[in-house]
Write a protein that binds this ligand. Structure first.
Ligand code: ZN
Length: 159
């Protein structure tokens, strides 16, 4: 399959990993999307907000959905700041591999090993994993802070 044909299929949502349910590592739903907690040991608290439906860019959402998406992003950023006290938050909406609207919310720490650089420069083999205890503690604290958001539903298994 050539690049253009493969991309066209991804745009339509064929075999889209973010349309699949349940979403891996999902901890809760908000009004506009599902929150995943990435079990990343370099960047504890790394979350991804995944839009509930397969749209590609923010303007593909209706105006009221765009506002809700932004509001949910801000709520998630605040929750991560409050729980993890990072030095900085990185926000990334790329979609170059999976063109289903999603937003990476990445807490950055002086000691994260890549301070001053984008996290994508980390070689895959250097990725650290959260322990189950760390993951459960982060999940619980993030859910406490997100529980009052509109549309909040906790997801019990986490994926
Ligand atoms: Zn999708």
């Amino acid at each position: 399959m050539d690049l253009a044909q493969d991309w066209q299929e991804r745009l339509t949502g064929k075999d889209c990993p973010l349309c699949r349910q349940p979403l891996e590592n999902a901890i809760c739903r908000l009004s506009s999307g599902t929150v995943r907690l990435v079990p990343d040991g370099n960047f504890p608290g790394y979350c991804i907000l995944v839009a509930h439906r397969h749209v590609i860019e923010v303007p593909d959402l209706a105006p009221s959905e765009q506002r809700q998406w932004m509001s949910d992003m801000v709520s998630l950023i605040r929750a991560v700041q409050s729980v993890c006290a990072p030095q900085k938050i990185n926000i990334a909406m790329l979609g170059n591999e999976v063109p289903h609207l999603h937003c990476h919310i990445i807490p950055r720490y002086f000691e994260d090993g890549y301070w001053g650089k984008p996290i994508w420069l980390r070689p895959a083999e250097k990725s650290l994993q959260l322990s189950n205890e760390q993951r459960e503690s982060l999940r619980r604290k993030l859910l406490e802070r997100l529980a009052l958001e509109p549309g909040f539903i906790a997801l019990s298994t986490g994926g």
